[in-house]
Design a protein around this ligand. Sequence first.
Ligand SMILES: [Mn+2]
Length: 338
Amino acid sequence: MSEAVVQQIVNVLGEKRTFLLTTHIHPDGDAIGSVLALRAALVQMGKACEVVNTDGVPQLCSFVPTCEFILAQPTCARADVGLILDCSGQDRIAAPPEALAACDLRIIIDHHQSSQPNADLNWIDPTASATGELIYELIKRLPVEIDATIATCLYTALATDTGGFRFSNTTPRVLRAAAELVERGADPHKITYHLFEERSAKASKILGIALSRLQQDCGGRLTWSVLDRATFDALQADDDDIENVVNFVRNVRGTEIGVLFREGDDGRVRVSLRSNSRYDVSRIAEEFGGGGHRAAAGCRLRTTLEDAVARVLHRARQVLAADGPSSPMNHQPLTMLS
Ligand SMILES: [Mn+2]
């Protein structure tokens, strides 16, 4: 099935002239890398392209070549084809609905299990580790040379969704693609440094404070930290600065569930949950109106910091108690986060 749709997409990209490319809101490296790689390929083919993301480019992706071509709003009246990449739901598309509706044809390319195939052409492959892997396979079929720009964009996409080729979705298929991208000019050290190692001074200070406040329960199987409003105000920090902090909480040896509580300025408490084992933290998040994946989930509670901590930890303790202590044999590798 996918072979037929891929061929149809190749035909459309060859025949049509103008393209509107978009992805999901709050874009990550897979989203940004995928749209920019496909844009570069279409430009090589002499096509007119516009890349739109209403949320712009996150600081984390500001090193990706050609990211200056991502616009907050379309400037063209209409395009022949609308391409929606790495976006699992209609309500997460980072382009004005009327701009996509004005296209003759809409195409979805995605790797999320939950992706809804509601475009004219839908290539959804949950066995792909990243949307960038599908874009790589698509570009291989186009009359396009994979240059250093395309290679860097695609490597950024693959590295993002595999956690730097560490998660359980790191397959021979994605490593072979990555190997070719390095041959074509992607710099693994530079890209990995920007994505996973470089932090702002503020983010580093917040991380230090969060780790200095670690607390544990259930014999070390439950680990959490709390960041209050006063801490944020003192550092003039924002949500970008606590990206990844919860992963450090989860990574404490022996932890099965890691939680980070962050007091917002909107009367709500943002709760990030991570699981290191067989426990499904999306079920805890859903009970409080949130959601996510098995190993990574989140929710927001409209209450005080103390009450949010008490309620979420109560549920986490129940979840851990229901199964009793687990042996290390029960641990499963990290799963894909996005
Ligand atoms: Mn993705």
